[in-house]
Design a protein around this ligand. Structure first.
Ligand code: AMP
Length: 361
């Protein structure tokens, strides 16, 4: 059985690492040279607008998935002519535009951040009046890791912030003074079974995820599962999904969802019985889903820009080192480490040891 993956980054790489022991093979489609996901199978190098190459790719595999939500709808349609694609186009379409995505949350009764569409300077002023300051202006499409975001702190900042958006289509959101950020990763297969991981509590800086902690028994888990279930059912969704939420006084507000395996689920490779990567493959193939239980307390820490040596990291007990084999560049995710521990105090001590290595790297 050969799985086709649109996109050849680290998520494709980790899907491959989970799938090779299951006897699966992988063909990865990506226009870039030397993609790190190429290590797990055959790299087909062509553009997402190259219909012939996409059709040949589809014919070379049994089923197709993707590892990034900005994949062109056209590319998915082209592949769909001959092969099943999971998650489906509906899931992709809704998340490719932040306005559509937030409208979907509203329609499904999933509480979300206050938002309005803005198309002009006057709209931004009106948004400031209706939502209050600070406001966050976000690109409706193509933004990730906080890219394409501008904070408008007061009415005096409106002109400069609007100029910063440089004619991109944006939405304005109320700035949420959240207590914490969490996410829920789940998997659903066509036979109907759905499994949910423990909540991950996530810390971002400059819009980029730094740390995720698994939270077995978190009081918000049931609420998060309910929101995810609504999305999965409305979208006829199969595969892994991740929903990112703000926790405000115990109420969860949906920020965005990713129709794919997700950085806040990387802890599951070492910290859950069956990882999000293996469960994504099982889900799209309609195989029995694996146990999502946490094995203990764990923390996933991203390596952003640089990566400490494997040797230094592996001196920490129950540490699991993941290098993506990508060139080091500021702001780029080049690897991660997961540290696990039997109790919260030991985990905190191990996290400190990782942080010390990051400072010295
Ligand atoms: P996003 O690109 O929507 O995932 O945003 C990246 C990060 O920016 C989030 O994880 C939050 O830390 C922060 N952020 C995004 N939207 C808001 C908001 N409306 N209020 C406060 N912080 C936000």
């Amino acid at each position: 059985m050969t799985i086709g993956i649109l996109g050849g980054g680290q998520l494709a790489r980790m899907l491959g690492l989970a799938g090779l022991p299951l006897g699966l093979r992988f063909n990865v489609f990506d226009p870039a040279a030397n993609v790190c996901g190429g290590a797990i199978g055959t790299h087909i190098r062509a553009g997402y607008d190259n219909s012939e190459a996409l059709q040949a790719f589809a014919n070379s595999v049994d089923i197709v998935t993707y590892e990034f939500e900005n994949v062109a709808i056209h590319a998915v349609e082209c592949v769909e002519e001959s092969r099943v694609v999971h998650p489906n186009k509906k899931a992709l379409f809704a998340t490719q535009d932040r306005l559509r995505e937030k409208e979907l949350f509203q329609k499904l009764g999933i509480p979300t951040v206050d938002f309005v569409a803005v198309d002009s300077l006057e709209d931004v002023r009106a948004a400031g009046e209706s939502l209050g300051y600070p406001l966050v202006l976000k690109s409706r499409s193509g933004g990730y890791d906080g890219k394409g975001q501008v904070i408008v702190r007061s009415a005096d900042d409106v002109d400069a912030a609007w100029a910063d958006t440089a004619g991109r289509h944006v939405i304005a959101e109320g700035f949420v003074a959240f207590d914490r950020e969490v996410s829920m990763v789940a998997a659903r297969r066509p036979s109907g079974e759905t499994v949910y991981y423990d909540i991950a509590e996530n810390a971002h800086s400059d819009g980029i995820l730094r740390v995720s902690l698994n939270k077995p028994g978190d009081p918000a888990a049931e609420q998060a599962r309910g929101h995810v279930q609504k999305l999965l059912e409305a979208l006829d969704y199969y595969g892994v999904i991740a929903l990112e939420l703000f926790d405000v006084g115990g109420t969860l507000l949906a920020n965005e969802y990713a129709p794919r395996v997700h950085n806040t689920g990387h802890w599951t490779i070492d910290g859950a019985v069956c990882s999000q990567f293996e469960n994504h493959l099982r889900a799209i193939l309609d195989w029995p889903l694996g146990d999502t239980s946490s094995k203990g307390h764990c923390a996933m820490i991203n390596f952003i820009g640089d990566i400490p040596s494997a040797e230094s990291c592996l001196a920490i007990p129950d540490a699991h080192y993941h290098a993506y084999d990508k060139a080091q560049r500021p702001g780029r995710k080049v690897g991660h480490i997961t540290v696990c521990a039997p109790d919260a105090a030991t985990l905190a001590e191990r996290i400190n040891r990782v942080e010390a290595l990051l400072v010295s790297a």
